[in-house]
Design a protein around this ligand. Structure first.
Ligand SMILES: [Zn+2]
Length: 280
């Protein structure tokens, strides 16, 4: 009885504590999270001109958090924290395995944030390896490419999309994007149309106070070599649209002397500070 009383007192004390306030930022920051990696027996499908045929390899599968004084944006959400329950990795299909060593949830925790603190979520595109944790952000505003949503809702379901991954958008607050979108209205965080990998593929352009312009590639480029040589996957939605988007992003990088982060290239990911460190 005494123990029960003590337990109730502790419970009452815990409930009386104010919820942990979200730490705010005074200027723009980019946090990179390790959300997993994808291991391939054969990377052949990542160039439709044959350069990788028969070569094994792996791609990084990061998530990014952009913290702005007016709010937070999660850019891509990785293969999904549920895969972390299988440490050796999960077979996605023949010859393809996804490994999640660290959860996104734990990496948000480490910087004092919960999914409900994140005002916006956006995706380069809806493939499974970018939308795995999307439903954890049901209370965020979802900034979605209209073309990507139209493809998702059409028949047949686009390849490599798992609609259940992002089903929360149906109940969430959604803002559809037709062209580019200036997320916070000051030009520092812009979603840029870069169609071709999928119907509504986009990249994210940041203007960081110290680093300058940084572009997160989505899957416009999968490797440094694909960027340098203009290679693209066999499974892209449109070769022509991809070439147009590559041209656009190359010109912006040149004009701004910007830094391109190729999300699936481990070398680019390794070159970034990892949360709780950040780029500003
Ligand atoms: Zn991808």
């Amino acid at each position: 009885m005494v123990l029960l009383r003590i337990a109730l007192l502790i419970l009452a004390a815990v409930l009386a504590l104010p919820a942990q306030a979200e730490p705010k930022v005074e200027s723009l920051r980019l946090y990179a999270f390790d959300c997993g990696r994808i291991v391939f027996d054969d990377l052949g499908a990542f160039s439709d001109t044959g350069e990788y045929d028969g070569q094994p390899g792996e791609l990084s599968a990061p998530c990014f958090l952009i913290r702005h004084p007016k709010g937070d944006l999660l850019w891509d959400s990785g293969p999904g924290d549920r895969l972390a329950a299988t440490p050796g990795g999960v077979k996605i299909r023949e010859g393809v395995r996804a490994v999640v060593a660290k959860t996104l949830q734990s990496q948000l925790d480490a910087i004092g944030l919960r999914p409900d603190d994140i005002e916006y979520i956006a995706f380069s595109h809806f493939h499974w390896d970018h939308t795995g944790n999307a439903n954890a952000f049901a209370r965020s505003t979802w900034l979605l490419s209209r073309r990507e949503v139209q493809a998702l809702e059409g028949q047949p379901t686009p390849t490599s999309v798992t609609p259940d991954n992002l089903s929360a958008y149906k109940q969430a607050k959604v803002e559809l994007i037709d062209l580019d979108r200036d997320v916070f209205g000051d030009g520092s965080v812009r979603i840029l149309r870069a169609n071709g990998h999928t119907a509504g593929h986009q990249v994210l352009m940041l203007r960081l106070p110290k680093t300058g312009t940084v572009i997160l590639s989505g899957d416009l480029f999968h490797t440094r070599e694909n960027f340098e040589q203009g290679r693209m996957p066999v499974f892209n939605y449109s070769r022509g649209e991809t070439l147009g988007s590559m041209d656009r992003i190359r010109r912006i990088l040149k004009n701004t002397q910007g830094r391109l982060v190729i999300q699936h290239d481990r070398r680019d990911f390794d070159a970034l500070p990892k949360a709780p460190a950040y780029l500003d």
